[in-house]
Design a protein around this ligand. Structure first.
Ligand code: AGP
Length: 613
């Protein structure tokens, strides 16, 4: 969960940056660093571990000056050590960069730069950015243009901040793709940059949020915003209340909306420290999965409640397909009453955002009592579910406040995909080529999610049309069938509209009788192996007068000619498609509920964590 803080002004940047980073400490990180311009030199201090280690380092070896930029890192490329910590200096030691995100094409860029003679000092993708900037600076252009050319060459969803000792009057920042936010705080003769509002709240409440594919040049007295293509943008300033809760919401109206948008960052953080892109390997050290255990496992029971259980249903597809281990998903409230057949060759894998859900904990207890291996995928660090597990995967999404779970749904999808690859690797059921391809696909995830989120206004228009419906059927097949359940759950819990998720193939066995002009049917029909089957489902619904809203892959002309409304999603590897197809359904539920004037963050009768049976 990378945090970024930057400062330009007359004051010393270091204490402002370190205090700002402290405000983001709860998000977690594995290393931290700070760089400032001192006279005409760039000075950098960085270390692995907690921010307190960086503070100690700065006390022992002080740095002063401005502008400056600081960063807390969750490792994605390369181990969490001082060398890989941000900021990263270029070869000339005149430019420094910090980044939040993944440079998808970093291997290509690294090869090109290495061929030019660049010597990389770290294993990070981020270092390619600073070398590219220097490559363009060497052609005689200034920092802003060199940065723009670089930003246009990077693929992915990233936030980047650059400073240069040769142009100490400015900080250059960009939001490339729909990455996690960049907030620019405006003071008197000083300005601030941060990844999150709380980091700069002590100094100003007058802020600008960068949109996707925008860059900003920030001086002491000015903020100039342009698109990455060079078109001028008129900055829109917002006044943030001093209330810490409101500040946490940043530019969003509700936590749910913020958390939906946070998925780009949450999923980047989910990959952090786990994926070795260079060698196509997965590491999940907290799971304590040895080769011996991997080969011993005969069956996995996934147990969870609500949204977490639907995530588990996607996991069943992934683990069975990739690792060829039989998986059964059992709703946690039923698990202990079903007398499950468990022994030391079975795994009980619990999925829980809170890690405190009573039914899920009881299912884990049942597994423990019968001698199964207990694993969990949990968001809340240190929660009961995490503590009682033999091994765990932490979701790394940061706190989820909205009662309707969003980022804690997509993160376990990625976690289970990684788990399936690791299991397959240890069991020897995946060849190297397949493994490397599957691992490589992971780096597409943040950008795919970011591009889907950019279509929020189109979803909002469809929400306008649907806001007064009384019922809705959600249909899906294969790996996207659980997304029908999840989409329906999102709609019912926050908009109070009756919605049912159904496996599309089951329609003809009963529910098709419900379809008429007053029953909207939402069909998940991305280009996955079940695409053709979903087309015939759409035709059947249309034949009965139903209004069809389809989730479809960009450019799918067949569906365009059939559905009444389409929620378009970018093309994605089919095993990762549920991460993308669920996004418009989260947004649809959110907008329908807000259009109906409902309290989306605290819907009636629901609690964030259900600690009773
Ligand atoms: C989802 O939007 C829910 N509010 C609910 O279904 C939730 O996922 C369920 O209660 C499980 O919670 P947990 O992940 O904290 O265990």
């Amino acid at each position: 969960m990378c945090g970024i803080v930057g400062y330009i002004g007359a004051r010393d940047a270091t204490p402002i940056i370190l205090n700002g980073l402290k405000r983001l400490e709860y998000r977690g990180y594995d290393s931290a660093g700070v760089a400032v311009i001192n006279g005409d030199q760039l000075e950098v201090r960085k270390d692995a571990g907690k921010l307190s280690q960086l503070i100690d380092l700065v006390e022992k070896s002080p740095i002063a000056g401005a502008p400056g930029v600081g960063h807390t890192r969750w490792a994605t490329h390369g181990a969490p050590n001082a060398r890989n910590a941000h900021p990263h200096l270029g070869q000339t030691k005149r430019v420094v960069v910090v980044q939040n995100g993944i440079v998808e094409n970093f291997l290509e860029l690294k090869d090109e730069l290495t061929a030019e003679g660049v010597e990389f000092q770290s294993e990070t993708d981020t270092e390619t950015i600073v070398h590219l900037v220097e490559h363009y600076l060497a052609t005689g252009i200034g920092l802003v243009e060199a940065a723009r050319k670089t930003f246009n060459q990077i693929r992915g969803a990233n936030v980047v901040v650059l400073i240069s000792a040769d142009e100490p009057d400015k900080i250059v920042t960009a939001r490339i793709g729909n990455a996690g936010g960049v907030v620019i705080g405006m003071g008197e003769g000083e300005n601030f940059i941060a990844s999150d509002t709380p980091a700069i709240m002590d100094h100003t409440r007058n802020v600008i949020f960068l949109e996707s594919r925008q860059m900003a040049v920030v001086t002491r007295d000015t903020v100039t915003i342009e698109t990455l293509d060079g078109a001028k943008v008129k900055p829109q300033a917002h006044n943030i209340s001093w209330d810490p809760v409101a500040a946490e919401k940043g530019e969003y109206r509700h936590f749910m909306q913020k958390e939906i948008h946070e998925q780009v960052r949450a999923l980047t953080d989910t990959l952090a420290g786990r994926v070795d892109f260079a060698n196509g390997k997965i590491r999940l050290p907290d799971l304590k999965l040895t080769e011996e255990l991997a080969k011993k496992i005969e069956k996995i029971y996934i147990t969870a409640c609500g949204t977490a259980a639907y995530a588990g249903m996607v996991g069943k597809y992934l683990i069975e397909k990739i690792a060829r281990v039989p998986v059964e998903v059992v709703i946690a409230s039923e698990f202990r009453y079903s007398d499950p057949i468990l022994n030391d060759k079975t795994v009980v894998l619990a999925i829980s955002q809170s890690g405190e859900t009573a039914d899920t904990l009881a299912a884990m207890e049942e597994g423990r009592r019968k001698g199964a291996v207990i694993w969990s995928i949990v968001n809340a660090i240190g929660s009961q579910a995490m503590r009682v597990s033999d091994g765990f995967i932490s979701m790394q999404t940061g706190p989820e406040i909205g009662v309707a779970s969003t980022k804690a749904f997509t993160a376990p999808l990625v976690d289970q995909y990684m788990l399936a690859i690791l299991l397959a690797d240890l069991r020897g059921t995946l060849n190297e080529k397949q493994r490397k391809e599957m691992v490589a696909d992971l780096r597409l995830v943040p950008d795919l999610v970011g591009r889907t989120l950019e279509r929020e206004s189109e979803v909002e228009k469809i929400a306008q049309t649907l806001k007064d419906i009384r019922h809705c059927l959600y249909l899906g097949r294969g790996i996207n069938m659980p997304i029908a359940y999840e989409g329906a759950l999102k709609l019912k819990e926050i908009s109070y509209i009756h919605a049912e998720g159904y496996p599309a193939g089951e329609m003809k066995h009963g529910p098709i009788a419900l379809i008429d002009e007053s029953m909207p049917v939402l069909c998940l029909a991305p280009k996955d192996p079940w695409h053709e089957k979903m087309i015939s489902q759409i035709q059947q619904a249309k034949a009965r007068g139903g209004m069809v809203v389809a989730v479809a892959t960009d450019g799918d002309e067949l569906i365009q000619g059939m559905a009444d409304h389409i929620l378009w999603v970018p093309e994605s590897p089919w095993m990762l498609s549920p991460i993308v197809t669920v996004i418009p359904l989260q947004l649809l539920a959110y907008h329908i509920a807000t259009l109906r004037g409902l309290d989306v963050d605290q819907p009636r009768n629901l609690a964030k964590s259900v600690t009773v049976e």
